[in-house]
Structures are given as structure tokens and as C-alpha cells.
Design a protein around this ligand. Structure first.
Ligand code: AHG
Ligand code: MN
Ligand code: MN
Ligand code: MN
Length: 335
């Protein structure tokens, strides 16, 4: 029966990626091998996160990263897992990780043609209290042999693929290779990510806004005005709901599925906001555009940003197309 087909038509992420690959006859499968190594890293981190509390994997690692944040044990462990999985894939030439001050350059024989930027563990402040956390990644092509740091400082619009894995009540991997967005749920009994959310499209507008209201004192005019309109709508419509987890992956995943807007604005203390361009802003903006939404920095389209430094930050407003239009209009009026 067609209705039950999905139960027997097990579309795993591996098969999905290979199907995508068959659309590029000239590809030699390098991309599929790279993605499968990222998937392996996600499965490992998922299992480490699930037993973190039991395996004494919570708490501080006793070190500080380039962001000036105290690294948690899981930050360090997941970073090591992804660095090793990516290098051993033999398909990468540059790695940029939130947890490593410098980029990692891979030399032959393990050098490949992709640059991977990633946040191995996003939402670290939520690890010890069991709230959803995740991994975020983006992939660029480097089509010449001697890779330099400039190959990692490409605008987000050059990304070939981006995705995140959310370690929550279920483990979900959301991926785009440039032809829309698909969601896969880990079936622990199979150890496979199964396609559960084909062709995700974000609603054109939403009833939820997601921001850390604790920064309200330092917001600029347009942001303050936008949030005011969410709480006290001028047109007499009902106020929006506030939902803020504090893990970007969880807040963005909810925005993608339910609609609405996620904001990490600039403020007087941090004029470039908090989120990092390469491995938080770009991958999530890529996914939002692929799902029919949009992403804005307060000045330009987020994917048009050209970073100068690998840990550069940017303000970000992303989510439902109409909702981001409203904030763009407020910033345009303030010019
Ligand atoms: P990370 O844990 O990778 O350093 O990222 C944390 C980020 C992001 O996950 C989240 O949206 C944001 O920090 C929350 O910041 P505030 O606690 O300042 O709201
Ligand atoms: Mn961090
Ligand atoms: Mn992060
Ligand atoms: Mn992180």
C-alpha cells in the first residue's frame, strides 16, 4: 500500500547523498565521502551527549578557547572527533573550528578539495542542564592546489552545502546541498539517519520571535522597534510568543519548522553581535534561504558578507521571509 511505502522505503542519508551525487555525473563521489564522515562525527557526538552525564563528560575541560569561553569537556571531545573524521576522509584541505584559534591545513596524501567550517558543539552553556545542543557545519570548494586562509574567507553564498545536527529528544540532521533542505532522524536501532522531513519549507511568516531579551538595554533603534512591534502590534493583531533556548541550533530548528524570526542583534557592548560568521551565521543563513526564508545582518544579505577573519562575528536576523522583511524595512528607514 502506498500509505505504508515510507515504512519500507528506508531513505537513509547515505542513500540520499548518493542519489544527489548521481545528479552530477562528473563527480567522483568525493562529496559523498566527505558528508559520510561528517555524519559519522554526528553519530559519535550524539552518543557522547546522550551519556555525558553518566560518563562524567559534563563540566569544564579546564581550558579557554580563542573566543575567551571556558571550554567544556564536550566542546573539546566533539572538536577532536570532527577534526579527525574530516582529516581521515582525505577530502579536505582546510578546517576552521570554533574551538581552534588557527585554521588546520591538510597536506598530501590526505589533502582533498573541500574547506569545512564548523562549530563542533553549539550551545555549550546548555550541556550541563541537558537542554538541546548541536553541531553546525558548512562546506566550500577549493579548486586549486595550494590552499591559503583566503580559501576559508569566502562569502557564504559560495557554500556548496551546510547543515546542523541537533542532539535533543531525538537526534536530527538537517542538510542542504543547494537543492532545498531535508531533515533526517537518527534511528538508534539501525545507527542510520532516516529521511523524516523531506523538502522543508519555512512558513512565510510566524508567530514566534527568538531573542535574548536580557540584552534589550543595549539594542539599537531598529531592533528595539521591531521587538516592540512583536510585543505591542500596531495593527491590533495578537502579540508574538517569545521562545529562546540559548542554543542556536535549537532556536533555528524550531524557527525552520514553525516559522518566525531568530535574532542575535548588535548591541552597544558587542557591535558585531555574538554569533560567528563562518560556522554559525553562514550555515544557518544558507539553510534559511534554501527553505524559502531569508537572513539579514542589519546591513546586507548575510550570505553576501565577506569575512576578513575566521572567527569574525556578525549581527544576524533570520527566519520567515515576511518577518525578516519587516526588520529590513526598519533598518532601511534608520539609514
Ligand atoms: P557556542 O556554544 O557554540 O559557543 O554557541 C553559543 C551561541 C549560540 O548557540 C546561541 O544562540 C548563543 O550563543 C546564545 O548566546 P546568549 O547566551 O548570549 O543569548
Ligand atoms: Mn563556544
Ligand atoms: Mn555556537
Ligand atoms: Mn560551539
Amino acid at each position: 500500500h502506498a500509505a505504508d511505502a515510507h515504512r519500507t522505503d528506508l531513505m537513509t542519508i547515505t542513500r540520499f547523498v548518493l542519489n544527489e551525487q548521481s545528479k552530477h555525473p562528473d563527480s567522483k563521489g568525493d562529496f559523498s565521502i566527505l558528508l559520510n564522515n561528517i555524519v559519522l562525527g554526528c553519530k559519535f557526538v550524539c552518543s557522547a551527549v546522550n551519556k555525558a552525564g553518566l560518563a562524567k563528560l559534563i563540566g569544564l575541560a579546564g581550558d579557554t578557547n580563542v573566543q575567551g569561553e571556558e571550554q567544556k569537556k564536550l566542546d573539546v571531545l566533539s572538536n577532536e572527533v570532527f577534526v579527525k573524521a574530516l582529516i581521515s576522509s582525505g577530502r579536505t584541505c582546510i578546517l576552521v573550528s570554533e574551538e581552534d584559534e588557527e585554521a588546520t591545513f591538510i597536506s598530501p596524501p590526505l589533502r582533498g578539495k573541500y574547506c569545512v567550517v564548523f562549530d563542533p558543539l553549539d550551545g555549550s552553556s546548555n550541556i550541563d542542564c541537558g537542554v538541546s545542543i548541536g553541531t553546525i557545519f558548512g562546506i566550500y570548494l577549493v579548486n586549486h592546489l595550494e590552499a591559503t586562509i583566503d580559501d576559508a574567507l569566502q562569502p557564504g553564498k559560495n557554500m556548496l552545502a551546510a547543515g546542523y545536527c541537533m542532539y535533543g529528544s531525538s537526534c536530527m540532521l538537517v542538510l542542504s546541498t543547494g537543492n532545498g533542505v531535508n531533515g533526517f532522524t537518527l534511528d538508534p536501532s539501525l545507527g542510520e539517519f532516516i529521511l523524516t522531513h523531506p523538502d522543508i519549507k519555512i512558513p512565510k511568516t510566524g508567530k514566534i520571535y527568538s531573542v535574548n531579551e536580557g540584552n534589550a538595554k543595549n539594542w539599537d533603534g531598529p531592533t528595539a522597534k521591531y521587538i516592540e512591534n512583536c510585543k505591542f502590534p500596531k495593527d491590533g493583531s495578537s502579540p508574538k510568543s517569545l521562545r529562546y533556548v540559548g542554543s542556536m541550533v535549537a532556536d533555528v530548528h524550531r524557527t525552520l519548522l514553525y516559522g518566525g524570526i531568530f535574532l542575535y542583534p548588535a548591541d552597544r557592548k558587542s557591535p558585531n553581535g555574538k554569533l560567528r560568521v563562518l560556522y554559525e551565521v553562514f550555515p544557518m543563513s544558507f539553510l534559511m534561504e534554501q527553505a524559502g526564508g531569508q537572513a539579514f545582518t542589519g546591513k546586507i544579505r548575510a550570505l553576501d558578507l565577506v569575512p576578513k577573519k575566521i572567527h569574525e562575528r556578525s549581527p544576524i536576523f533570520l527566519g520567515s521571509y515576511e518577518d525578516v522583511e519587516e526588520i529590513k524595512a526598519l533598518y532601511a528607514a534608520a539609514q
